[in-house]
Design a protein around this ligand. Structure first.
Ligand SMILES: Cc1cc2nc3c(=O)[nH]c(=O)nc-3n(C[C@H](O)[C@H](O)[C@H](O)COP(=O)(O)OP(=O)(O)OC[C@H]3O[C@@H](n4cnc5c(N)ncnc54)[C@H](O)[C@@H]3O)c2cc1C
Ligand SMILES: *[C@@H]1O[C@H](CO)[C@@H](O)[C@H](O)[C@H]1NC(C)=O
Ligand SMILES: *[C@@H]1O[C@H](CO)[C@@H](O)[C@H](O)[C@H]1NC(C)=O
Ligand SMILES: *[C@@H]1O[C@H](CO)[C@@H](O)[C@H](O)[C@H]1NC(C)=O
Ligand SMILES: *[C@@H]1O[C@H](CO)[C@@H](O)[C@H](O)[C@H]1NC(C)=O
Ligand SMILES: *[C@@H]1O[C@H](CO)[C@@H](O)[C@H](O)[C@H]1NC(C)=O
Ligand SMILES: *[C@@H]1O[C@H](CO)[C@@H](O)[C@H](O)[C@H]1NC(C)=O
Length: 497
């Protein structure tokens, strides 16, 4: 027998002993070193800073918030996630839960112990019931690849490397399909969750419905370790195109003098046509770097190709002529080759900060702020202002998603390259948001910020992310994590922790 299996045998004996002494059902704890042996003996991994695989495993998507954990534990089974939680909880060791590592605040990591889902990659599609079961370690490109070639799409991110649980727990929108099929969180039928003490529970409309409500919009990392989710998938057959294709438009203007007229014309189309036709989706990007500026509108149409020109041409003919106009027949997987892979390689070298304004409407005063940035050679800081069209995307109102009333998420991202520019760039971003909020104040057009673009510098984040759901979320937190074990700077605290 190798020393590993001897230790493993002892570990089992040890945990059985604890169980029998205390007569506890469901709570199982071992020592830290036994935990490591058990996890590795089941195909899991344990990584320290000196291990070969560590740098790659610990690297976060946003270089500006990189922190290096002391230990990364990667369980390969649900029971081992549960054992890790009950053990670390009983030893009073704080943890963070790591998924796709795209949290803009870096809240999936810290200087201590991290539980990483990356080995939990199973995916099961049930064509009959039109559902998919996804384990927590999956990223969206893996799910799209599995569905490609079928007629089915799922509500996931446009960035291929985003993790499925982080995205979905905070709502999760898809600027092309959410208008047809809802937010990511609207589409979850059930979660399997490991709680702080290692108990594994199901959360669905019939089982622990309060937890089910909170996990759909309340945000990753707050209520427990999500092990797997069952989502609805959607058949794209109304486009009359093969293999679930839909129409994907890419429209670009490069003359800055046209931008205001383009946006006014687009907002008018949104008000008069798109708001009444949920087959239409938009993602608008105003891009500015030191030398360059352009306005790009991605559009999507989830209906017959034959209707396309008659819907979009009347709009486009009333505004400045675009420099580029293309229409493609794309599957969901093909879209991310345009919006995703090229633009968001992982890990990236850039440092990033993003802010978000959930908006009811966009007024002229707000357009002034959207259009103020000019190419400026003084700074190597680029800015892409995303205006994501989200009217009527929240299809299930009985969730923790706090924004059933919005039409846009105005979400500028700022990108730079050296740590010397950190404070300048963050200042530019936060003061930009303040100017936008001031411009929107007279019309009360901005009602909050998007939790998935979590912003460590945001004041009043409780109100901004959660609005009137804050008190109920705290009550649910009190039931499911009374001692505030799942904790991070902008996390939901229980009452009287
Ligand atoms: C380039 C880019 C593009 C994006 N595009 C979109 C978009 O189109 N639409 C959109 O809605 N959002 C988008 N996002 C935001 C993205 O959805 C969030 O950053 C999301 O929280 C990332 O999830 P993750 O698992 O990758 O990240 P992580 O940093 O690993 O996790 C995010 C949070 O969830 C927690 N968490 C992770 N896994 C679990 C688990 N198994 N159980 C419990 N908690 C867990 C973490 O602790 C952390 O607090 C984008 C982000 C980036 C960087
Ligand atoms: C995705 O599916 C489409 C349609 O069947 C196909 O043309 C394309 O090659 C597939 N892409 C990949 C990367 O498999
Ligand atoms: C489209 O797909 C849905 C879901 O599978 C199905 O109910 C519907 O009948 C299909 N419609 C057509 C025209 O095939
Ligand atoms: C998309 O499909 C339609 C309908 O089959 C076809 O007329 C059109 O040429 C296709 N577009 C491209 C770019 O292939
Ligand atoms: C460029 O940015 C700097 C710093 O914000 C500012 O002082 C300067 O006026 C800007 N120049 C232009 C042309 O906007
Ligand atoms: C914008 O929305 C706010 C809040 O619903 C409303 O009071 C205001 O009249 C709207 N303004 C415009 C210009 O549409
Ligand atoms: C574990 O925590 C859950 C949620 O607080 C609680 O309902 C359950 O009773 C706990 N289990 C044990 C064995 O203490």
């Amino acid at each position: 027998m190798t020393s590993l299996s001897v230790r493993f045998g002892l570990a089992l004996l040890h945990s059985t002993l604890i169980l029998s002494i205390f007569g506890v059902i469901g709570i199982n704890t071992v020592s830290m070193s036994d935990l490591e042996s058990i996890i590795t003996s089941h195909g899991g991994q344990v990584l320290r800073i000196t291990d070969v695989g560590y740098p790659k495993a610990a690297t976060l998507w946003n270089a500006a918030i990189q922190v290096w954990p002391s230990l990364i534990i990667r369980p390969a089974t649900y029971d081992d996630v549960a054992l890790a939680l009950s053990t670390l909880y009983s030893l009073n060791v704080p943890i963070r839960i790591m998924g796709g590592r795209h949290s803009y605040g870096g809240y999936c990591s810290h200087r201590g112990v991290v539980l990483d889902s990356t080995l939990l990659k199973k995916l099961e599609i049930d064509w009959e019931s039109e559902t998919i079961t996804m384990q927590a370690g999956l990223i969206w490109s893996e799910v799209y690849a599995a569905l490609n070639g079928s007629e089915y799409a799922i509500i996931g991110g446009l960035c291929p490397t985003v993790g499925v649980v982080g995205y979905t727990s905070a709502g999760g929108y898809n600027s092309l399909y959410s208008r047809s099929y809802g937010l990511g969180s609207d589409n979850v039928l059930s979660f399997k969750v490991a709680t702080y003490n290692g108990t594994i529970v199901t959360a669905s409309s019939t089982s622990n419905p309060d937890l089910y409500w909170a996990l759909r919009g309340g945000g990753g990392g707050n209520f427990g370790y999500v092990l797997e989710m069952i989502h609805k998938i959607h058949r794209i057959n109304q486009t009359n195109l093969p293999t679930g294709q839909h129409s994907f438009l890419s429209i670009t203007w490069s003359n800055r003098n046209d931008f205001r007229a383009v946006l006014r014309n687009w907002l008018k189309f949104v008000d008069e046509v798109a708001n009444f036709d949920t087959r239409i989706g938009f993602d608008v990007i105003i891009f500015t770097n030191s030398e360059n500026s352009f306005l790009l509108i991605y559009g999507s149409f989830n209906g017959p190709h034959a209707d396309l020109e008659s819907i979009f041409q009347p709009w486009l003919s009333k505004g400045p002529k675009p420099d580029i106009y293309t229409v493609k027949n794309f599957t969901q997987f093909e879209v991310i080759t345009v919006t995703g892979t090229a633009n968001y390689p992982f890990p990236v070298k850039e440092r990033q900060h993003i802010v978000s304004a959930m908006a009811i409407n966009i007024t002229e005063a707000m357009l002034d702020v959207l259009l103020e940035s000019q190419p400026n050679t003084t700074f190597q800081i680029s800015q892409y202002i995303g205006v994501i069209y989200l009217h009527d995307t929240n299809k299930d109102k009985n969730t923790a998603w706090a924004f059933p009333d919005i039409t846009f998420d105005i979400a500028p991202g700022f990108v730079w390259y050296t740590s010397e520019d950190d404070s300048t760039a963050i200042n530019i971003a936060e003061s930009w948001l303040k100017r936008l909020m001031n411009a929107a104040a007279p019309t009360e057009s901005i009602v909050g910020g998007y939790l998935n673009y979590i912003d460590p510098y945001m004041d009043n984040w409780q109100q901004m992310y959660y609005r009137e759901h804050w008190d109920r979320l705290r009550e649910i937190k009190t039931v499911w994590d009374p001692t505030w074990y799942f904790r991070f700077p902008q996390g939901i605290p229980p009452n009287n922790p």
